[in-house]
Design a protein around this ligand. Structure first.
Ligand code: GAR
Length: 189
């Protein structure tokens, strides 16, 4: 059988999206998660790697900015590099080396509520304060600006008048777990 397409995941947080992606591809015939990298040595995402027997590495911001992590990633010859709650900016050199091969998920309907500092609960609080009628997720390619690469897909959910930021976060997380891996599978086809 031909070699499987390799995925490399970058994550900074709890890793619930990493888990959903690993679960989706765990017995896949043509795709496998090759490695999970994190800029936080205690990231839940690295524990997920352990659960699935996937190569895991943490790194410092300095290593990231100097391009050493990119070299480590290249050794896995990834078809896609997946950002799943990854909070560092992707350097221009890396974006240029991997055109339309780095994918991010953002927990809102871009171009609204994106940009520097807009991550996790900051996003959901901003959505709540703006009294939006709906929110959702955006899956997009990464360019050298935060949250500005071309959009692959968006999925929406209604916000009830009495939803708290935490309720909004829960609704968005459900969408992420339902759609991110499926959307990646479609890109890989
Ligand atoms: C996810 O909601 C993801 O969309 C968000 O971080 C969370 C990570 O959760 N990403 C951003 O805000 C990027 N701007 P997880 O670690 O449980 O997957």
């Amino acid at each position: 059988m031909a070699n499987k397409k390799q995925l490399v995941i970058l994550a900074s947080g709890a890793g619930t999206n990493v888990r959903a992606i690993c679960e989706h591809f765990k017995d896949h015939r043509r795709v496998e998660v090759a490695a999970i990298f994190s800029n936080k040595e205690n990231a839940g995402a690295l524990k997920v790697a352990l659960d699935y027997g996937i190569h895991a590495e943490s790194f410092t911001k300095n290593y990231w900015e100097k391009g050493f992590v990119q070299i480590a990633i290249e050794s896995f010859e990834p078809e896609l590099i997946i950002l799943a709650g990854f909070l560092l900016k992707v350097p221009k050199a890396m974006v240029e080396f991997y055109p339309r091969s780095i994918v991010n998920i953002h927990p809102a309907l871009l171009p609204k509520f994106g940009g520097k500092g807009m991550y996790g609960m900051h996003v959901h609080r901003a959505v709540h304060e703006s009294k939006e009628a709906e929110t959702g997720i955006t899956i997009h390619y990464v360019n050298e600006h935060y949250d500005e690469g071309s959009i692959i897909s968006q999925h929406k959910v209604a916000i009830d008048g009495n939803d708290s930021p935490e309720d909004i976060a829960q609704k968005v997380q459900a969408l992420e777990h339902e759609y991110y891996a499926r959307s990646l599978a479609r890109i890989l086809n």
